[in-house]
Design a protein around this ligand. Structure first.
Ligand SMILES: Nc1ncnc2c1ncn2[C@@H]1O[C@H](COP(=O)(O)OP(=O)(O)OP(=O)(O)O)[C@@H](O)[C@H]1O
Ligand SMILES: [Mg+2]
Length: 269
């Protein structure tokens, strides 16, 4: 069982896309997976379209009794093995502290629930409010997503600092495992420069290879389908990257792929 929070302080860089990409990879290999939507925009919920949802992460955080999250979990439209703890707009009200131990409410509400899954993915909103603090206080691993742009790099740096703060307080077991670069264009000099800056700042934490711009990503999200079910050269390349990323995050026995990814070093030489 691995709990992964996907975050960035910058909006629109691909957090939900990485959550859905990893969920698609888990779907492809039949891993029992829970996606927790902690973003009031509810984009992951829309892309997984769970049926029959009665409660949401907003209700779960309001209640926060041990294990209460189990009542809000529903199956996604992808497959009965991919479950969702859905979100809704009113979750916005939970992005401020709810008093003592406020950032531990999600962890308490989940209690033993994560043990039923091999993988738990948490989609964060683009801010370091109480929702992201709850995600980081629950997760084993943090994946930071960034675009190769100047402002996005700042968002990635802030996210890494947030991980350090939570690892030093409520969740000593938390570790930042990857900075994933999304929408990378190797012909764009600005992208190359920013990739280099990221490498200098964070070294091996920068996940190799970056994710290219890929039209199958928004198409599959709109169609409520896993990326791995999409059949185009671009979708296969991106699905391969998601597979390798998932392999790098899961304990060794869960890994299935052996093909090394194409290295970003070739863009830097
Ligand atoms: N590599 C990519 N290629 C093409 N489109 C992409 C790619 N990554 C993300 N997108 C599209 O960009 C938009 C923003 O991505 P996404 O919703 O994943 O970002 P986000 O960081 O979760 O945003 P927010 O901060 O609002 O939650 C979406 O429409 C998504 O489909
Ligand atoms: Mg999002």
């Amino acid at each position: 069982m691995t709990v992964i929070a996907v975050l960035s302080m910058k909006g629109g860089v691909g957090k939900t896309t990485v959550v859905l990409g990893l969920a698609s990879s888990a779907w492809d290999r039949g891993l029992r997976t829970l996606v927790i939507d902690l973003d009031p925009q509810a984009n992951a919920t829309m892309a997984l379209e769970p049926e029959g949802a009665v409660f949401t992460t907003s209700d779960v955080l309001a209640d926060a009794r041990p294990g209460v999250a189990a009542d809000a979990i529903v199956a996604s439209s992808w497959d009965s093995r991919i479950d969702v703890l859905p979100s809704e707009r009113s979750l916005e009200h939970r992005n401020v502290s709810q008093g003592r131990n406020s950032s531990l409410r999600l962890r308490t509400a989940l209690a033993t629930v994560p043990r039923e899954y091999e993988l738990v993915l948490i989609d964060c909103p683009p801010s370091l409010g109480e929702l992201t603090r709850n995600a980081l206080s629950t997760a084993d691993l943090a994946v930071i997503v960034t675009e190769p742009s100047h402002f996005s790099l700042h968002g990635a740096q802030e996210a890494l600092e947030a991980v350090d703060v939570i690892a030093g307080t409520t969740n000593p077991g938390l570790r930042a495992t990857a900075v994933v670069v999304n929408r990378f264009d190797p012909t764009d000099r600005e992208h190359l420069l920013n990739l280099q800056r990221l490498g200098e700042a964070h070294g091996p934490l920068v996940y190799d290879p970056p994710i290219p711009d890929c039209s199958a990503i928004p198409q599959s999200q709109r169609a409520v389908s896993p990326l791995h079910s999409w059949n185009s050269p671009g979708s296969r390349e991106t699905a391969d990257i998601m597979d390798d990323l998932l392999d790098s995050l899961l304990p060794r026995k869960r890994q299935v792929r052996v093909t090394p990814p194409v290295s970003i070093r070739r863009y830097l030489s």
